[in-house]
Design a protein around this ligand. Sequence first.
Ligand code: LLP
Length: 427
Amino acid sequence: MNHFEVRGGELHCEDTPLSRIAESVGTPVYVYSRATLERHYTVFRDSLVAAGLGDPLIAYAVKANSNVAVLRVLGDLGAGADTVSEGEIRRALAAGIPGERIVFSGVGKTRGEIEFALRAGVSEINVESEPELTLVAEVAGGLGLRAPIVFRVNPDVAAGGHAKIATGKAENKFGVSFDEAARLYANASNHPHLKPLGVACHIGSQITDLAPFEAAFTRMRGLVEALRAEGMTVERLDLGGGLGVPYFDMPDPPGPAEYAAMIGRVMAGLEAIRFAFEPGRVIAANAGVLLASVVHLHERPNGEGGGRRFLVLDAAMNDLIRPAMYDAFHDIRPVIETDAAPVACDVVGPVCETGDTFTRERMLPPLGPGDLVAFMSAGAYGAAMASEYNSRPLVPEVLVDGDRFAVIRRRPTYDEMLAAETMAEWL
Ligand code: LLP
């Protein structure tokens, strides 16, 4: 459930008509609903607690939507942060999320980033390979402390989603194998600068079927028991993120309650463990839309009574790359409802690439210049993946709370866009 709905013929975010935001901030603009973010977090957490999983650490995956105000909303509810760079750790800290609720993941953490994370007192560093283990030990040694580590294990499970976002197969770059995990865990347990806490997995994103999760989590439980049988202390089990959401015209995937109940079953009887989760999309996707305006309606007849109808928007692939990158479908809704019969349109942006096509032959009511449309489910991996390609200023972000809203990242001016660039003195 989310708080985007039509009232009096106009799409609203909570009690705020989207046209009010467009008038004040301009388009394109991302719009997030605070109440939806809060609801998604709370439902996710309550489902896990109800399934008997104790007091889990819910480390929201910052990469999904890394705006500091969004992090503040979630952090205030008790969320932690799953981070993959020093920049993300800095964002989490800036939002008031304490180090003890921060997880540091990622396959290529640099020496500097590891040092920053340890100084920030992160809850766990998810170690993805043996060379990384050596580096973490070295950095922790330099700082004279014991690094809290969790081994990210690759459970070798194929999980739905698009090939570009599957991570849990042995051929993917993520995590150590089960065999390696046992050996590395034993070594780390005897190391003066390492404190192994447990194991982690993350098998992919936009997973809409519980079976791969269940297969992976069953293997993870087996690993915890095997490590314990060898005398090792395992107190944390991080089950990653990946739960999918409905995007467009899709049957509803399993929700947090079914996901949590399955985990409750798989983990029943496993004692003395704190669970951690790294949800991103399921919290943020349906809490945001990308609001855009129609620039032109370009109809190109083919001389045979047919042809194509292009709806050219002021938003482009640099603002929302998911359709170009993953062939992702986003529902596109006119902000002002009409009863007019829908027509098939290709919805495109102004960037000079054929890939800058959001969708083909989508049935939409007739729209013309200045009309507003909303790309639904754009709160995750939307603004966070935006760029300035084609020298388009980075898209701004707005947070709605009831009938008020705030700009939480403003649109940069053209001068700001150029400010970091300098002329070589020999030019
Ligand atoms: N934990 C780790 C280690 C991850 O790599 C990810 C996502 C998550 C948690 C959060 O997964 P989620 O709950 O959001 O599925 N840009 C793509 C998605 C890439 C996901 C990368 N890792 C997209 O737009 O679909």
